[in-house]
Design a protein around this ligand. Structure first.
Ligand code: HEM
Length: 211
């Protein structure tokens, strides 16, 4: 222990820090989002199967709802959870400065360099409180895909009442493609995200207990 003469106070030796990486609101909204996304994707695949946009359907075993009407009920129920939870995550992320602090800037050179390091196993995961450039790009990308999937979804849901919104996506038919592509982007992200999480299990602990 030493005395800080300038400020006349006792300075304790540095205690081992167990810094808070993800505040409670991030963890709660993240796991609610996982639940809502799972229901939305499973039921969305069943709805898609009733009128496919492409020459394939999703296997029944990985869809939710059993039939079109059942899937629509699941989809509309989870939609409110997804939208309200997403709204809180976005509002708190912006108001707390978390997004500005952790998700930007994203520079192409850094993304390429960090992606190269990740592929060759040289990317450090020692400091979980700082996202590397690839993570920043993926997290910001999936947040944007989340916004697009909700907006294109409500434009397909109420194409007459919300025709201005539907027009932004190029009309009802185009909005269906946008909605599908946003889903594909989110599922692609999810596969990579879960693999990365399993490779760095301490990051999963941090998303559960915060530290
Ligand atoms: C079982 C599924 C999932 C698991 C196990 C999981 C796990 C995690 C973990 C461990 C982190 C922290 C990463 C780190 O600190 O390096 C994280 C962050 C994040 N995850 Fe997930 N996740 C899942 C699903 C999702 C889904 C479905 C989405 C969105 C569609 C998502 C979006 C995000 C975002 C945006 C962050 C950054 C949050 C922030 O810092 O504000 N995750 N996830």
């Amino acid at each position: 222990m030493s005395i800080d003469a300038t400020h006349d106070r006792t300075v304790l030796p540095a205690a081992p820090t167990r810094e808070l990486i993800h505040p409670l609101w991030v963890r709660i909204t993240h796991w609610i989002n996982v639940l809502a996304m799972t229901v939305m994707i499973g039921s969305g695949w069943e709805i898609y199967n009733a009128s496919p946009l492409f020459p394939f359907v999703f296997p029944e075993a990985i869809t939710l709802g059993g039939w079109l009407a059942g899937a629509l009920l699941w989809h509309f129920a989870a939609m409110w959870v997804l939208a309200v939870n997403g709204f809180f995550y976005l509002a708190l992320g912006i108001a707390s400065g978390r997004f500005q602090r952790k998700l930007v800037p994203i520079r192409a050179a850094e993304v390429l360099s960090d992606a190269g390091k990740a592929i060759t196993g040289k990317l450090s995961h020692a400091d979980l409180s700082v996202y590397n450039a690839v993570q920043r790009l993926l997290y910001l990308g999936v947040i944007l895909a989340g916004i697009v999937i909700v907006l294109s979804g409500i434009s397909i849901w109420k194409p007459v009442q919300l025709q201005e919104l539907t027009a932004i996506f190029g009309g009802y038919d185009a909005a269906r493609y946008v909605h599908f592509l946003a889903m594909a982007a989110i599922v692609g992200f999810l596969v990579l995200h879960v693999v990365m999480t399993l490779l760095v299990p301490s990051s999963l602990r941090a998303m559960i207990i915060g530290r």
